[in-house]
Ligand binder design. Sequence first.
Ligand code: COA
Length: 260
Amino acid sequence: MGGKYLLCETRDAVARVTINRPEKLNAINREVFFELRDSFAAIEADDAVRAAILTGSGEKAFAAGADIAELARLSPTEARELSALGQSVMEGIARLRKPVIAAVNGYALGGGLELALCCHFRIASRNARLGLPEVTLGLIPGYAGTQRLPRLVGRGRAMEMVLTGAALRAEEALQAGLVNRVVELEELIPTCEGIAGTIASRGPVAVGFAIDAINRGLDGTLEEGSWLEQALFGLLWTTEDMREGCAAFLEKRAARFKGR
Ligand code: COA
């Protein structure tokens, strides 16, 4: 998988998807969305892949936003359609039952930050800058940034970021809970690979259920989320992996999960 704007490779059960448009700071146009949709559909379908890393090529940008040249040419109807396309691709990533880690290697602005926000969590390099500068263009975020950012960092911080358009430095993003760790640029991919590798070694069905429980639970009430957790918890007793995981612990050996 891959295409004109994406590079995709899989190593040791971890897929790496790289937006490869460095001359435009990996700005996201419509085609990038189609390629992202296809690549993550392939990742979802491939039993050999247990986790994914999403990043940008070059040392400057994860993605510097929606492609402003493309935005400038749209009619209102086309703008709404592009927003719907971007939102559905990002929702697809968020709903994936395999973890997707955003490796934020520089600017993550506008649509670039929204793309990082739909990933399950984010690791940033020290040179990263994260912001939603749409108001500087007379716009608002269109790929659910006004929804995902406040859910992650709280209403007040999100308001300030969206209304000023000012970007956070990596350390500020860490403090805000927008990223989980900040590392040197050369350590970014190895760090993400390490975390992805750890997750890939866990029970895949359980990992998928945990993503569902957290994501869907946070969309509803505590009671609804707890009910879902109960149902998924019980359902895991139907899996071979649960038997294997518990047996391996009791036999003091490493578990061999099969994803079923
Ligand atoms: N859409 C389209 N092209 C973009 C882009 C975007 N979001 N962000 C950067 N580019 C292009 C630039 O136009 C430039 O292309 P050119 O060389 O053909 O002129 C190239 O990428 C390099 O960007 P440049 O602005 O020269 O780099 P810089 O280091 O001086 O500045 C940024 C970096 C990120 C501060 C600046 O590019 C920027 O502000 N980008 C837009 C960010 C934004 O508003 N995103 C939200 C969009 S909704």
